[in-house]
Design a protein around this ligand. Structure first.
Ligand code: COA
Length: 171
């Protein structure tokens, strides 16, 4: 381990735990709140705003996005520029967020609402808002906004299952 790099991250981000500081790149102009943990082989780009008490997994690419407090981003996620992830949201492994429709026009940015949970391997298309406390099933391609508290899954994702509160048994 390179002690200089370790000390640099410790100086820049007091109270943040980097599992292996040598295996993380954090560019300039990044804010990370205390109590956040960051895995290895993760790149955090300039302009990123990450709240306190978050978990950022390994092999993640976090662009100039805004993450609230206690957000979890699991291994292998691509959080593209302009994404907002509100507090207590959970982003499963391998989730990809997108901001460019590739059809010209303006970029538009996904929003993941407070306490929402996005299943592993899902793709969130440009400009889509996932409502607070919603659940996106694993492997979904989310092309439309998801209402608060809804459960959606599939490609394209649809509200195929009954919405229920987190922890409530299936109906
Ligand atoms: C969407 C989800 C929340 C639904 O859970 P559930 O309410 O317990 O649903 P069930 O397992 O009873 O399945 C209900 C139906 O939906 C289907 N289904 C469940 N998850 C699905 C998914 N991700 N995509 C497509 N269909 C799905 C099932 O096949 C079943 O269909 P059927 O009735 O025709 O057999 C869950 O399956 C899921 O994908 N969770 C995300 C897991 C994850 O990524 N965790 C990340 C951390 S490890």
């Amino acid at each position: 381990m390179n002690p200089a790099m370790e000390n640099d991250l410790a100086r820049r981000f007091p109270g943040v735990h980097f599992y292996n500081p040598v295996l993380v790149e954090v560019q300039d102009d990044v804010v990370i709140g205390a109590g956040t943990r960051v895995g290895s082989f993760t790149l955090i780009h300039a302009g990123a705003r990450i709240g306190a008490g978050c978990t950022i997994g390994s092999h993640c690419n976090i662009h100039r996005a805004t993450l609230g407090d206690r957000v979890a981003v699991q291994t292998g996620c691509h959080i593209t520029r302009g994404v907002v992830i509100e507090e207590d949201a959970f982003i499963g492994p391998g989730v990809i967020t997108l901001n460019d429709k590739l059809r010209g026009g303006e970029l538009s940015f996904p929003l993941i609402g407070r306490g929402a949970r996005v299943g592993g391997g899902s793709v969130i298309l440009p400009g889509v808002a996932v409502g607070a406390r919603a659940i996106v099933g694993a492997g979904s391609v989310v092309t439309r906004d998801v209402p608060e508290g809804a459960i959606v899954c599939g490609n394209p994702s649809r509200q195929r299952l009954l919405s229920r509160a987190p922890g409530e048994p299936p109906q």
